[in-house]
Design a protein around this ligand. Structure first.
Ligand SMILES: Cc1cc2nc3c(=O)[nH]c(=O)nc-3n(C[C@H](O)[C@H](O)[C@H](O)COP(=O)(O)OP(=O)(O)OC[C@H]3O[C@@H](n4cnc5c(N)ncnc54)[C@H](O)[C@@H]3O)c2cc1C
Length: 442
């Protein structure tokens, strides 16, 4: 029996995958009921491939939109600096769609699929004690569980991470925060200059000094929505990581930006403030006794600049469950090798994507000046997707490694190598090796 701690996006995905691999899976979630954060999420080809393989697609596809392209715009004027297609390469080159979906709809779809394949989910089951050598988990209410394996998907503030590492390992604040906003698209219907944001599915980025703004359309369960994420240096009070409040502060901070944004913000009453954290690359994700293993944000919380945090957790899920689906890796006595193989495939991949995400922050958030002017000139002269593009979101070889990453091919190659040469011979087929190859134009 396998216990997954946490019914987040990574936890539910791994639960589905493990159950389908023939294991009996129980998810223990601390929340007494599932509530949803009102925000969107991007699901790129590397993760939609996994969700489709696991049979999640029918539960979510009607709530997904497919953005035509990604645009970067100058912060003050909205001038389009670069456009690169998303929908067409996702479908034709990476063979799996790029989706935008509301988190509530995504989560509901995962939960429906988990229950459909026979996963047991217990809410109101906060784990307060973990004995990794047995392994035994005890909930706040005193109920004890003794599974064969614990998959710790308990998120950014994971209690299991400290147990796995044998030392404290809190996430690091990045110094930035976001204001998250969703509003019904119909509120912008007919508003001059804003109509296109409410009607054309795109990934719109305004890039400016120490800040960016992202907007995209969501299908929504009741009506189409627009999702906005304002990212900027943090002014959050010490000890506060999330806060719901009025829109005055975000309006004030972005009042010099593209005037269309100010008009849009007039329609917003409430914003969710959210402090951004990240993790350094961890040396291991499995506890030395090989009965507790980390997955998702518990293992590799990362900045959201590339929209890959959940995607990495979903890739983790496919790899871990894929290894534990193999009869010669699925038994309890084989866990040391199985978990080592999982680490060897996953740790470097997640770390490189996290690094790429950070480099994307500095590329998009340049202060105005000669470097920014050189960047903008170069981008204006190079629309679309190119090899060696200075913008990684437009760089062909980077996108091939990020979105073209087929976790199932990687896994089957890794399994073949592990069987022949042992798990230590398997090194990550990392993906994103091209991240540092920025041409010297800046
Ligand atoms: C602004 C922003 C935008 C983002 N955009 C994207 C995007 O577009 N695309 C993308 O791929 N990623 C994105 N991400 C990242 C993504 O949101 C996270 O990586 C993902 O939600 C993490 O999922 P998880 O399941 O690992 O953790 P979580 O979602 O944090 O789930 C952990 C679960 O464990 C439960 N739990 C915790 N402790 C216990 C306990 N002791 N006992 C029982 N249960 C427990 C929690 O209640 C929770 O349900 C974004 C992040 C941010 C901040």
């Amino acid at each position: 029996m396998i216990i997954v701690i946490g019914a987040g996006l990574a936890g539910l995905t791994v639960a589905i995958a493990l159950q389908q691999a023939g294991h009996k899976v129980t998810v223990l979630e601390s929340a007494p009921q599932i509530t949803y954060i009102g925000a969107g999420i991007q699901v790129s080809s590397n993760s939609s491939r996994v969700l489709r393989t696991l049979g999640v697609e029918p539960h979510i596809v009607k709530y997904c939109t497919e953005p035509v392209d990604l645009r970067m715009m100058r912060w003050k004027t909205g001038e389009v600096l670069v456009e690169c297609p998303l929908k067409q390469p996702a479908q034709e080159e990476y063979n799996s769609p790029y989706w935008h979906i509301h988190r509530a709809d995504f989560h509901r779809g995962l939960m429906a699929r988990a229950l459909e394949v026979g996963v047991t989910v217990h809410l109101d089951s906060r784990i307060t004690k973990v004995e990794p050598d047995i392994p035994r988990l005890t909930t706040k209410a005193g109920k004890a569980y003794t599974p064969d394996l614990v998959v710790a998907s308990d998120g950014l503030h994971s209690i299991c991470r400290e147990i796995v590492l044998g030392k404290k390992s809190p996430p690091n604040p990045t110094g930035q925060m976001v204001y998250r906003v969703t509003l019904p698209a119909k509120k912008l219907a007919g508003v001059p200059g804003l109509e296109e944001f409410a009607t054309i599915p795109r990934n719109n980025h305004w890039i400016g000094p120490h800040a960016t703004i992202l907007s995209y359309l969501l299908e929504g369960i009741e009506q189409p929505l627009i999702n906005f994420v304002f990212t900027c240096d943090s002014t959050m009070d010490e000890g506060v990581d999330t806060k719901l409040e009025g829109s005055e502060e975000v309006r004030e901070r972005f009042k010099e930006w593209d005037p269309r944004l100010g008009v849009m913000l007039e329609h917003v009453q409430e914003v969710l403030k959210w402090r951004l954290f990240t993790h350094h690359e961890l040396a291991n994700w499995a506890h030395p006794a090989n009965k507790v293993v980390l997955i998702g944000d518990a293992a590799h919380a990362m900045t959201p600049y590339l929209a890959q945090g959940a995607a990495m957790g979903i890739e983790d899920a496919a790899v871990l469950a894929g290894i534990l689906a193999e009869p010669d890796f699925a038994t309890v006595d084989k866990l040391p090798e199985s978990l080592k193989l999982y680490e060897n495939i996953r740790i470097k991949r997640a770390a490189r994507v996290a690094e790429a995400s950070i480099s994307s922050r500095y590329f998009t958030q340049m202060s105005d000046g000669p470097d920014q002017e050189a960047r903008d000139k170069w981008m204006l002269e190079h629309p679309g997707i190119w090899e060696q593009h200075i913008n990684i979101r437009s760089r062909k070889e980077f996108l091939d490694e990020l979105f073209g990453y087929d976790v199932y091919t990687v896994l089957s190659e890794a399994l073949a190598k592990a069987r022949k040469e042992g798990v230590d011979a398997v090194t990550a087929q990392v993906g994103t090796s091209s991240v540092s190859a920025i041409p010297a134009v800046l």
